[in-house]
Write a protein that binds this ligand. Structure first.
Ligand code: PLP
Ligand code: ZN
Length: 392
């Protein structure tokens, strides 16, 4: 047995669910379920150093991932992406330690690979044979790839104006694709109907419990890379919020495991696009959930999520971390994308560029101090957006 997984728990009402059966979300309060591990045993039996020597990739943390039989781990080489210093930006902004976690080298060119690797692996273990997903783009491509690898049928619903690369990567890996006139929220409604009528397992963000577990490993990789002293600020481009919620979950687990050298945790920053900023609006209003964002539009397709299913969790984590939420315009994103390319040689996705634009604002506002260690995220390769405006 690889994992210390014990059960699932509703993030809102605390009700417990078996992890040995297929689960979706809490039927009582329509909230996401989170995986729970026997961290007391794990603390006794595991040492943080033992993970360093293992074969590279997300699955080196298999004890903290949900798959029981390692033979069910479906991998395309996800995880252990580079954490790059940005020396030219450090000089420009007067910062002493600025990093970018460059997720573009993941399979399918985006960090969605992490979550879908975990979710497809667990679905395989539980006997699922057909999977369905509504997507703003990259999640569909990642699901299609991992489903192919696991021998599952795949059905993807995506807005018709999703970048071309996302459509092609789904088709080439054998998924059926339905193009939807509308947004991911419309795609989600249609996918839910098909799931119900034809028995597909729905891998929508937070409507199954394990994508967030794959994303969580971002937090483990960062902790290890920073010698178990977490950075002061993490700036994350937030759509559905799996990465943000996942990293915060990782930091809580790491604390319970006794692996952190300091109890200081990062301030988490959620960056959204000005044309779709439901979390920013809710955060500024002091609300504990989001309103649906009407007429969402942005070139950062991964951020075009009018209301996350995990909005309460994201907002709670932002507060718990004493973080913040802010939006950047598409023009600022394009400008930042060019700067990052010219100054550091990174051709980022617009979502990644959004974190650079947000950083500039937070430094100007003195919300970030010169001595603080800051981590940005490039969540996908710019090459996936070549037919979109963002790639300029
Ligand atoms: C999905 C996506 C995001 C948003 O990630 P969440 O964890 O859902 O908030 C950001 N960037 C890219 C490139 C994405 O595909
Ligand atoms: Zn509940």
């Amino acid at each position: 047995m690889a994992t210390y997984l014990t059960h699932l728990e509703c993030s809102a009402c605390g009700r417990q669910f078996s992890a040995e059966a297929i689960q979706t979300f809490c039927p009582d309060c329509t909230s996401p379920l989170l995986a729970r591990y026997d961290l007391v045993q794990a603390r006794r039996q595991l040492k943080r150093e033992q993970f360093q020597g293992r074969a590279r990739g997300m699955w080196r943390w298999e004890e903290m991932l949900p798959v029981v039989d390692p033979g069910n781990q479906v991998s395309l080489g996800e995880g252990d992406t580079p954490l790059l210093r940005l020396p030219n930006f450090e000089r420009k902004l007067g910062l002493s330690q600025l990093y970018i976690k460059d997720e573009s080298s993941n399979p399918t060119g985006s960090f969605k690979a992490r979550g879908l690797a975990a979710a497809i692996s667990k679905a395989k273990e539980l006997g699922v044979q057909k999977v369905i997903i509504p997507t703003a783009g990259n999640a569909g491509g990642a699901m299609a790839a991992y489903a192919a690898r696991a021998g599952m049928a795949a059905l993807v619903f995506m807005p018709a104006d999703t970048p071309r690369a996302n459509l092609e990567e789904c088709r080439i890996t054998g998924a059926e694709v339905v193009l939807v006139e509308g947004l991911i929220s419309d795609a989600a409604r249609m996918a839910a109907e098909r799931a119900l009528s034809e028995g597909w397992f729905d891998l929508s963000t937070f409507k199954e419990p394990y994508r967030v577990e794959g994303k969580k490993i971002l937090g483990y990789e960062l902790a290890e890379a920073f010698a178990w002293r977490l950075p002061e600020v993490i700036i994350y481009p937030t759509g559905g919020g799996t990465g943000l919620v996942g990293m915060w979950k990782a930091f809580t687990e790491l604390e319970e495991l006794g692996w952190l050298a300091s109890s200081e945790k990062p301030r988490m920053v959620a960056v959204q696009a000005a044309g779709c900023a439901p979390l920013v609006k809710a955060y500024q209003a002091g609300a504990d959930q989001c309103e649906f964002w009407q007429e969402a539009h942005t070139i950062a397709s991964g951020l075009r999520v009018p209301k996350s299913f995990a909005d309460r969790l994201i907002l709670a984590d932002l507060h718990a971390s004493q973080g913040t939420a802010l939006s950047v315009s598409d023009a600022e994103i394009v400008h930042a994308q060019h700067l990052l390319g010219r100054m550091e040689g990174i051709f980022s996705a617009p979502e990644g560029a959004a974190t650079v634009a947000a950083l500039q604002k937070l430094v100007e506002q003195k919300w970030i101090q010169p001595a603080e260690r800051v981590v940005l995220f490039n969540t996908a390769s710019g090459l996936k957006y070549l037919d979109a405006h963002g790639a300029g």
